[in-house]
Write a protein that binds this ligand. Structure first.
Ligand code: HEC
Length: 161
């Protein structure tokens, strides 16, 4: 015989479940805070407000470019992935970004990671062009991960004031 659970218990279980998921949520939230606040050992880089706004706008375009590259790869459009990378992230993007002007505000180590990113993006562009012939997607993705590795490296070390 199946014992029917009294109504009150069901209600309590629901409450506990809700409580549990909000605890998990709060836990995740709390876990992410120390990184953002007290334990933030990133070097704070000061730049004039307009430069800062310009840099962050560039950053958002970097992320968009990365997204577009991945979408192109997913469609097998290797040439398009190559072009996006070279123009928006690679060595050819430097002038469009006013990079030399902004670089003057960056510590040397930060400039170096920036340069590494531009070089990795240009290298990816070449690998992607080769992949248009070889269809070697894993190799192209590997080269792309070297680009995102430099995004990660700079973000781990630096922030804007
Ligand atoms: C040379 C250093 C450097 C590199 C390389 C770099 N970033 Fe950033 N990025 C920064 C800094 C500094 C900030 C500001 C972070 C802060 O103040 O907390 C930032 C912020 C951002 C933001 C937030 C923008 C906003 O509006 O707040 C995005 C998105 C971003 N970067 C994407 C990328 C992507 C994608 C790449 C790689 C393709 C990349 N970045 C490479 C230094 C870098």
């Amino acid at each position: 015989m199946v014992r029917k659970r009294p109504q009150i218990n069901t209600c309590l279980i629901d409450m506990i479940k809700t409580f549990q998921s909000s605890l998990i949520f709060l836990g995740l939230l709390a876990a992410s805070f120390p990184l953002a606040a007290e334990d933030d050992s990133r070097i704070a880089v000061e730049m004039p407000a307009m430069m800062r706004a310009h840099t962050l706008a560039n950053m958002r375009d970097h992320l968009l470019a990365l997204h577009e590259i991945q979408a192109s790869l997913a469609e097998g459009k290797y040439d398009m992935a190559a072009e996006t990378s070279e123009k928006r992230l690679g060595m050819s993007s430097l002038d469009a970004h006013g990079a030399s002007h902004i670089a003057g505000f960056m510590p040397k180590a930060m400039q170096d990671v920036g340069t590494a990113m531009h070089k990795a993006a240009s290298r990816f562009a070449v690998v992607a062009q080769e992949a248009a012939v070889t269809k070697d997607l894993p190799r192209a993705l590997g080269a792309l991960s070297e680009v995102s590795a430099s995004c990660v490296a700079c973000h781990a070390g630096f922030r804007l004031k």
